[in-house]
Design a binder for this molecule. Sequence first.
Ligand SMILES: C[S@@+](CC[C@H](N)C(=O)[O-])C[C@H]1O[C@@H](n2cnc3c(N)ncnc32)[C@H](O)[C@@H]1O
Length: 226
Amino acid sequence: MEGDESADADPHMTTVSRHHFRDDSDQDFSISIIENMKEDYGLFVWPCSVVLAEYVWQQRLRFSGATVVELGAGTSLPGLVAAKVGADVTLTDESNRLEVLDNMKRVIELNKLQCSVLGLTWGVWDASTFSLQPKFILGADVLYDAKAFDDLFATVTYLLQNSPSSVFITTYHNRSGHHLIEFLMVKWGLKCVKLLDAFSFMPSCKASGLSGNLQLAEIVLDGERR
Ligand SMILES: C[S@@+](CC[C@H](N)C(=O)[O-])C[C@H]1O[C@@H](n2cnc3c(N)ncnc32)[C@H](O)[C@@H]1O
């Protein structure tokens, strides 16, 4: 991906990719991510995560000073950008995926940021989940396995209810038109307040490295059904 990836490889298939973010005055910062090509899902920067991270950067004034929880964060690029722009961030992934949670701690340190790391399996509640009150819930490429949708949305809906005026911002591959999002919104008493095609806001240098129909949705509780 032009301007986004520079990788140092080692024999264990670990690479470090660098992701750049620029503002209008050409000020620039980068986030370094440790990826492991041998592992699946959680140790790879998925395109949805590049899109969500760019959105967080472009919307940085909303995120500065806000509380953020990233679900299924994996290599955590969006959450790390949120931390970089001044949010109070908790990065989460499945509780039993210790290699993913350990990798989060390494990337936080590598980027000299401060974030909390928490094992949070969708649809499972413990004391640490109850104490989360995020203003923003982030989820990049978390809508890929239909068997997990109910657990994911049970957690998302709980967090939205636990924190007034909060919003779930998710990026996903739109493979079924908008039927999937519409179905999930009705089922969980939610509503989509913003739906964007990723290519409508990605800078051209990043968009050229993306393919497929990538969407970003902002989702809130449906007030009429509360
Ligand atoms: C396709 S990866 C996306 C990773 C990252 N957000 C990205 O876009 O690069 C899906 C992520 O969801 C996590 N995940 C899958 N099932 C989960 C569950 N039941 N509870 C919590 N996290 C889960 C995986 O461990 C993985 O990190």
